[in-house]
Ligand binder design. Structure first.
Ligand code: HEC
Length: 102
């Protein structure tokens, strides 16, 4: 027979898994906002900057530099302002985790 602790632990684990997948879904929605210009999952058409498989720290730095105006841009200084630093970290991790195109 299961003890209350075991049942509680099981529900907590299930809750954790649900929250983790909700977070993945959320970051995909943010990343989809970049797809028009940087391609689906960061695989851009020629002439646009691919984000897939790029170094996470580098992506974060560029986004933060756009946000503060340190890095000159035609568009990204405006787009980057729409995201918190935490969101930028999550979006960068998402693109960095995409396998590089051969
Ligand atoms: C409307 C088109 C557009 C959208 C949408 C867009 N970008 Fe960009 N992105 C650009 C352009 C154009 C540049 C080149 C810099 C500039 O002129 O703004 C760029 C450059 C970048 C760079 C620097 C690339 C490098 O290696 O120099 C990063 C990183 C980046 N974008 C991330 C993102 C992320 C993340 C999103 C979604 C949250 C996004 N972009 C959405 C157009 C876009």
């Amino acid at each position: 027979m299961k003890t209350t602790t075991q049942i509680l632990m099981g529900s907590l684990l299930a809750l954790g898994a649900t929250m983790a997948s909700a977070q993945v879904a959320q970051v995909k929605v943010w990343a989809a906002a970049c797809a028009n210009c940087h391609g689906t999952n960061g695989y851009a058409e020629p002439g646009h900057e691919s984000l897939a498989g790029k170094d996470k720290a580098d992506l974060v730095q560029k986004m933060l530099d756009f946000k503060t105006g340190r890095k000159p841009a035609t568009l990204m200084h405006q787009i980057s302002k729409g995201y918190s630093d935490e969101q930028i970290h999550e979006i960068a991790a998402y693109f960095a985790a995409q396998p590089k195109k051969q």
